[in-house]
Design a protein around this ligand. Structure first.
Ligand SMILES: NC(=O)c1ccc[n+]([C@@H]2O[C@H](COP(=O)([O-])OP(=O)(O)OC[C@H]3O[C@@H](n4cnc5c(N)ncnc54)[C@H](OP(=O)(O)O)[C@@H]3O)[C@@H](O)[C@H]2O)c1
Length: 229
């Protein structure tokens, strides 16, 4: 059986643990220097995964921004940006979202069996819609990605997706950036949430690195023995 990809979770949160606010606007948590670090991490991955909620709410591009990093990937025989991946149970994805329209990379939708047909109809040739079970089985999705050559997967959120990878013990590394302000609004999404996490007071995660990047702090946690450093 193909080993699952190395899974790196990336998240930015406020001091009080919120990953967004409750307004309709996108909340900026990182700074420019940290966005450049994230760009470097992206460039080192084969695929980037976000939940369908993030595709709907943030409409992210998920591209490598730096020309030099894009050129370096192309010189190594890779697409300029990693493949894009999302998960959906209901298939409610807008084919005009930037996930589907920007950049020339592979796109994979891991979809609950019951929504596969209508999702394929909706998205046409804009993405490969993969039947991932009912409900979607993350281990099965990771196995499929590995079989497609994805060795390193970056998971960029949102709240529900991060929580699932963490509680399922399917994460090797977590990059948590803490922005220097509070959100203070329990209507906003929060990192982690309720759940049974493999790391708790009796089993503490290992800190692989702490780094100040301008006004934010990055903590890199090793969540498996596959994580070096
Ligand atoms: N600060 C950060 O680093 C960061 C990064 C990314 C996102 N965010 C924020 O996170 C928020 C979105 O988080 P969220 O929790 O609402 O959404 P999310 O985690 O992005 O996506 C949740 C959706 O993904 C699909 N999904 C997830 N797991 C699935 C599974 N096992 N099986 C089938 N479908 C699955 C479902 O889609 P369907 O509803 O289509 O079935 C579900 O509604 C936004 O506010 C965004 O701005 C913050």
């Amino acid at each position: 059986m193909t080993e699952r990809p190395y899974v790196l979770l990336s998240c930015a949160a406020s001091i009080d643990g919120y990953i967004d606010d409750a307004t309709g606007q996108r909340l900026v948590l990182s700074n420019e220097a940290d966005l450049d670090r994230i760009d470097e991490v992206r460039a080192g991955c084969d695929a980037i995964l976000v939940g369908a909620g993030t595709v709907r709410r943030d409409d992210p591009r998920l591209l490598v921004r730096s020309d030099a990093r894009r050129a370096d990937r192309v010189a190594r025989g890779l697409p300029a940006s990693p493949a894009r991946v999302t998960l959906t149970g209901c298939g409610d994805l807008d084919p005009e979202a930037r996930f589907f329209t920007v950049g020339d990379t592979d796109r994979f939708i891991y979809c609950a069996t019951s929504a596969v047909e209508k999702t394929r109809e909706r998205l046409g040739d804009r993405a490969t819609v993969v039947d991932a079970g009912e409900p979607v089985d993350l281990t099965r999705a990771l196995g499929d990605l590995a079989a497609r050559g994805v060795r390193r997967l970056m998971v960029e959120g949102g709240a529900s997706v991060h929580a699932q990878f963490l509680t399922a013990g399917l994460a090797d590394e977590l990059h948590l950036v803490v922005a220097p302000f509070f959100v203070g609004d329990s209507r906003a999404p929060r990192f982690g949430g309720d759940g049974c996490f493999p790391w708790h007071a009796g089993r503490r995660a290992r800190v692989a690195e702490v780094r100040q990047i301008g006004d934010v702090a990055l903590v890199r946690y090793a969540l498996s023995d596959r994580c070096a450093g």
